[in-house]
Ligand binder design. Structure first.
Ligand code: IVH
Length: 714
């Protein structure tokens, strides 16, 4: 659901409310937060006109709960954390529920779900690894209602109200077509209560809103508000005009025996003539519970009414009774909610960040907004071309998407909302960090400019210098333990470090200097001593790690290993770089590109890096300080160690070349022809004659799937 315009303006107030107060202000903060939550409860439950989204409401509520657990004295009986819904108003007669109508605890991910299941096992004193079966069904986004039947006849219908007391809305509920007046079954209990959800289908909701528009009445924001409003009409004839529906999810009969199950209740409800959820599952493992969630999440667009998650209830009723309830939630059930991952907000600024390689990355600063339970303030804009393509301008209203844990993206600009005076964004032609000109390098091989813009100053630009040197000492590169970014920043500031090679002359210069590093605050003797020892150790480095250390764009662990395997030694690496620079389209470039695993982007990055004379000099100076060992494959012990294997046919999952590399890493010898000495033949598609030969020679044949199993289990 898209956030209506007026909701956006509330955001900054909400953000303020979600900042932890100082202890002396905690009570005041609690009062304000409680008042605001009560106000929104009223807007939601009584007036059917919420002004904030469910997520914003949940964030406020969660924060109030956290505040109360930090300062327990704030937790009083009248706190919103102690009740469900809103206090009722005077329109309808009050009714007391036979047992409280509670809300549901929420989870948003597998981790929380696992915790929930463990909590249940703990309370029931089961082994924590046992999974207590749960009955799962979609969570309908409507309004809950309770129906009381006496001797099979509907005698009273009520809204949830504040959870303990609801409103008598019997006449309105009677107008709903699929609520039976009489339960048509044998052995109906003398008294029983059915609970379920009242809702509008999408078509019915649209029809209701069309009618509202014709009658010049305010439109409902969503089907749930429409359902709530329609149920609470004083004149039931109006309710009758609106095609509400009811799904039953619970049956309360105090005569229910102990060995009863929720999934049987589902069947009983259906046999009594109620509509129940057709998609349901009794889950016996976390995997099944997850699988059902995914399944319903994927099917969500096919539902013709709103659902907002999946409800899981412990199947065994006896367990449910033993688990009981907290003030607002039962302990035996949980709602795993869908993540809503797109919202609208405003671009307040576009900042340019300078990275290690000098690349300028634009970042949109957003008006803070909640997306999938997380407050989002920034979104990546990738590069200059992306801004131009999407035409993002400062002040624009935009749709922001957050998928999983990735950085939020700007999906698109809502152009209709754009102020006419907003200007297109002009990408800076100077570096925001050092003021040097920015460049958009030209790729001669491809005859086009890079998509990204760079600061031209390389290590003279403070941002690049700090990031490059900090990257150099990191784990996958020189792995100098004890040296963090803050140390590098300090050494740069004091003039000890400027270029990569300086690191290896640091100890000597420190020894010769009157002012010593260990005399600065925070640099004890021992830590400096350890750092120098780590630097000495780092002088011995393998070719792949040396290549990582250079900090070439796109060349991290994986690509550096491929390059090191390809070049073998530092001297060949140097020769090849020279070849590539002399003739970017020559033999060396082409043969690098032929390597299945390296793309044009890597070659482009190599050329761009070494074209810079200072970087090339820096590399030579660094190499002079080091002992760079030739590349040696690390062999991993495996089921195919020392075996002779042959690949034949087309592999689906990887190229033959890559499969060969993996096999060699796992200690196998890869041959081209099949002989009696061959241990295994791995057969891809259209293997042809070789398959027959393997058969004739009695050589074991592995399918690609079996091969995959070997490499993934090693
Ligand atoms: S079981 C203690 N099953 O969600 C309540 N509830 O956010 C046990 N809801 O108050 C409820 N679909 O109104 C259950 N399939 C379903 C549901 C469902 C919607 C509502 C219900 C509840 C609310 C909690």
């Amino acid at each position: 659901m898209e956030t209506p315009d007026n909701l956006i303006h509330l955001q900054s107030d909400l953000v303020d409310l979600l900042r932890p107060p100082q202890e002396k202000n905690a009570m005041h903060h609690h009062t304000i937060l409680s008042t605001i939550i009560s106000k929104h409860d009223g807007l939601y439950y009584r007036h059917n006109q919420p002004e904030i989204t469910d997520e914003q409401y949940d964030a406020l509520r969660l924060f109030l709960e956290q505040l109360e657990s930090q300062y327990p004295f704030l937790k009083k009986n009248d706190s919103p954390t102690q009740r469900v819904g809103a206090e009722h108003d005077e329109k309808f007669e009050k009714v007391v529920h036979l047992s409280p109508m509670l809300s549901l605890a929420k989870t948003l991910n597998t981790k929380d779900m696992t915790e929930f299941m463990k909590g249940i096992a703990r309370i029931l004193a089961h082994d924590l690894s046992t999974f207590i079966p749960v009955f799962a069904e979609p969570k309908i986004d409507g309004v809950s209602a309770s129906l009381l039947y006496e001797n099979g006849y509907l005698v009273r219908g009520a809204s949830r109200g504040n959870g303990t007391e609801g409103e008598n809305i019997t006449e309105n509920l009677r107008t709903i077509q699929n609520i039976p007046e009489r339960l048509c079954a044998k052995n109906v209990p003398h008294i029983c209560e059915i609970r379920g959800e009242v809702f509008f289908s999408h078509d019915a909701f649209n029809a209701v809103n069309n009618k509202q528009a014709i009658d010049n009445k305010p439109l409902f924001a969503n089907p749930r508000n429409a359902a709530s409003g329609s149920l609470r009409m004083l004149d039931a004839r109006i309710t009758a005009e609106r095609p509400l529906q009811f799904f039953a999810y619970d049956f309360l009969d105090h005569t229910v025996p102990h060995n009863f199950n929720q999934h049987i209740i589902h069947d009983i409800l259906s046999s009594y003539g109620f509509s129940v959820q057709a998609l349901k599952r009794l889950c016996h493992s976390l995997e099944e519970a997850e699988d059902f969630f995914e399944n319903i999440n994927n099917k969500r667009p096919t539902f013709d009414y709103d659902i907002d998650g999946v409800v899981y209830k412990v199947d065994n009723i006896d367990y449910q009774r033993r688990l009981g309830a907290l003030s607002r939630y039962p302990r035996y059930a949980v709602a795993w909610k869908f993540m809503s991952n797109t919202v609208t907000t405003y671009v307040e600024a576009i900042d340019i960040q300078v990275g290690r390689t000098g690349q300028l990355t634009p970042v949109a600063r957003l008006k803070p907004v909640l997306v999938g339970g997380v407050m989002v303030t920034n979104a990546s804009l990738h590069n200059e071309e992306e801004i131009a393509r999407k035409d993002v301008r400062i002040g624009d209203k935009v749709i922001v998407k957050r998928a999983g844990d990735v950085i939020p993206q700007i999906e698109s600009v809502i152009k209709e909302s754009r102020d006419t005076n907003l200007q297109p964004f002009i990408f800076p032609d100077t570096c925001p960090c050092c003021g040097s000109p920015t460049i958009k390098p030209f790729n001669k091989r491809l005859g086009r400019h890079f998509a990204e813009r760079y600061c031209s100053s390389r290590l003279s630009c403070p941002a690049q210098q700090l990031e490059t040197l900090a990257y150099m000492v990191s784990k996958n590169a020189l792995d100098i333990k004890g040296v963090a970014k803050k140390h590098i920043a300090f050494l740069i500031e004091k003039g000890w470090l400027r270029h990569p090679a300086d690191l290896f002359t640091l100890q000597q210069r420190n020894d010769d200097s009157l002012i010593k590093i260990e005399n600065y605050p925070g640099w004890g003797d021992l830590s400096v001593h350890n750092i120098f020892a780590a630097i000495e150790k780092a002088r011995h480095i393998s070719l792949d790690r040396f290549i990582i250390t250079l900090g070439i764009r796109h060349i991290g662990e994986k690509n550096a290993t491929i390059l090191a395997r390809y070049f073998g030694s530092y001297s060949i690496f140097l020769e090849s770089i020279e070849d590539i620079l002399n003739d970017p389209e020559g033999k060396t470039s082409l043969s690098l590109l032929e390597n299945d695993n390296l793309g044009e982007a890597v070659l482009e990055a190599i050329i761009f890096y070494f074209q810079d004379a200072t970087l090339l000099d820096n590399m030579h100076l660094l190499a002079e300080q080091l002992y760079i060992a030739d590349y040696k494959e690390t062999i991993i012990a495996s089921a195919i160690s020392n075996k002779i294997i042959v690949f034949t046919g087309t592999l689906q999952s990887t190229s033959r070349k890559e499969a060969k590399i993996i096999a060699e890493k796992l200690g196998a010898k890869v041959a081209n022809t099949i002989s009696k000495r061959t241990d295994y033949v791995i057969i891809g598609d259209n293997a042809g004659k070789k398959k027959q030969l393997a058969h004739d020679l009695n050589v074991p044949i592995l399918s690609e799937k079996q091969w995959q199993e070997i490499i993934t289990t090693t």
